[in-house]
Design a protein around this ligand. Structure first.
Ligand SMILES: [Zn+2]
Length: 406
């Protein structure tokens, strides 16, 4: 006997495992009564009661009296000491929304496919409705939201938070997304570029973690990059920093959406990829090209590998200017893995100027959640409360430099 009065090792680990099971179940259901918890976990009501008491004391969950089937019950939810932030990504064909608190213990997310050239008002209506549904699904209420971040596939002016280059996002040029959503939902909204938000998310939770000088490239319907300099997103004066899709790669090429000739996007954008397969494969969508490439279709793999070379050349130029430690590749094309990544790696490492830099080229860890998670992190940084109970209006509107984008 060692004289200890605590539980034995196996008892302690069993208690820990049961406790984790309860937390996972509460997380999954958002809000659940103690009776339902017992049924869902297979643990006895007495054990559930003890675990919930312990978790409440630890500040992990909170309980509330409620009525279920005419009987009094204890409703258990995860404690949200920081309030909830919402991250929205409005892409060309996808709407993605994530809701979470700062600890990421409370999370909900949803993806919604968007039609080609979706209408601004319909999409923003849908966004508002989905946010309300997700928050409700967590057993929370709209006032618990501290702020909403929105990622858009266009350069965003950091001051006005509006699209800063016309023509890139048709119909959205004159829309003040921040204003529309904050009026509809009654919350503060911050808008930023999708690749910037991908970079922020990967820096916080993904493949750029621990990296102060990095690049996140989003290879999708269009290509863009988010640049991390000294641990912060570098946006530039009007938010066009990192817009590698608009560097000229073919002086005789086609006219781009931005009005320039032969931009990288005219060569590696979805339309260009699909067009180059039309004769041999017929009409395909970008989604088809990616699926076929994953299945091993040589033509589709060739098209994506060539896109990788072209993107890699632009990234090698960008790396010459910014000297990153790491390049992380996300966006739909990255689903094909090394078919895209290997030529990017070759182009960057093949540049004599960069040979000694040993730049890592890695796939995104967050995948299709990168943009919405970055927007969520930005909203939490801008509007979140550092301590429980402190109203968000008490906080300066400018974010703490130690918190944002570090
Ligand atoms: Zn362009």
């Amino acid at each position: 006997m060692d004289g200890s009065v605590g539980p034995t090792g196996s008892q302690a680990s069993l208690r820990e495992a049961n406790s984790a099971r309860v937390v996972d179940t509460v997380k999954r259901y958002g809000h659940i009564t103690q009776v339902e918890l017992a049924a869902a976990t297979g643990l006895s009501p007495a054990t559930i009661s003890n675990i919930v008491k312990q978790l409440t004391a630890q500040g992990v969950v909170q309980t509330q009296n409620t009525v279920r089937s005419g009987r009094r019950a204890q409703m258990v939810t995860l404690a949200r000491r920081t309030g909830l932030a919402v991250g929205v990504y409005i892409g060309r064909r996808t709407l993605r929304i994530d809701v979470s608190d700062a600890t990421q213990d409370v999370t909900a997310g949803q993806v919604f496919p968007l039609p080609v050239d979706h209408r601004v008002d319909t999409t923003l209506d849908r966004t508002s409705l989905l946010i309300m549904e997700l928050v409700e699904g967590l057993g929370a209420e709209l006032p618990e939201i501290v702020g909403i971040g929105v990622a858009l596939p266009a350069p965003i002016d950091p001051d006005t938070q509006r699209v800063s280059v016309r023509g890139i996002m048709r119909d959205w040029d004159d829309v003040d997304v921040r204003d529309v959503l904050s009026r509809r939902l009654g919350h503060r909204v911050v808008v930023d570029n999708d690749a910037n938000m991908g970079a922020l998310a990967e820096a916080r939770y993904g493949a750029l973690r621990g990296c102060h000088e990095g690049v996140y490239v989003r290879a999708s319907y269009q290509t863009g990059a988010g640049i991390l300099i000294d641990g912060r997103i570098h946006r530039g004066q009007r938010g066009t920093a990192g817009e590698i899709g608009h560097v000229q790669v073919d002086p005789q090429g086609a006219i781009c959406q931005c009005g320039g000739r032969g931009c990288l996007n005219t060569v590696v954008g979805a339309d260009a990829l699909v067009d180059s397969l039309r004769i041999s494969r017929g009409p395909l969508t970008l989604h088809d090209v990616i699926s076929l490439a994953i299945e091993g279709d040589p033509g589709c793999r060739q098209v994506i590998a060539d896109a990788g070379s072209a993107i890699g050349t632009a990234l090698a130029d960008l790396s010459t200017w910014t000297d990153p430690q790491r390049i992380v590749v996300g966006g739909e094309l990255a689903q094909v893995g090394d078919v895209l990544l290997a030529p990017i790696r070759d182009a960057v490492r093949g540049r004599p100027m960069l040979a000694s830099a040993d730049i890592d080229v890695l796939p995104s860890i967050l995948g299709d959640r990168a943009e919405s998670m970055g927007a969520l992190a930005l909203a939490m940084d801008r509007f979140g409360q550092p301590y429980a109970g402190q109203p968000s209006s008490d906080r300066a509107s400018s974010p703490s430099p130690t918190q944002e984008e570090k």
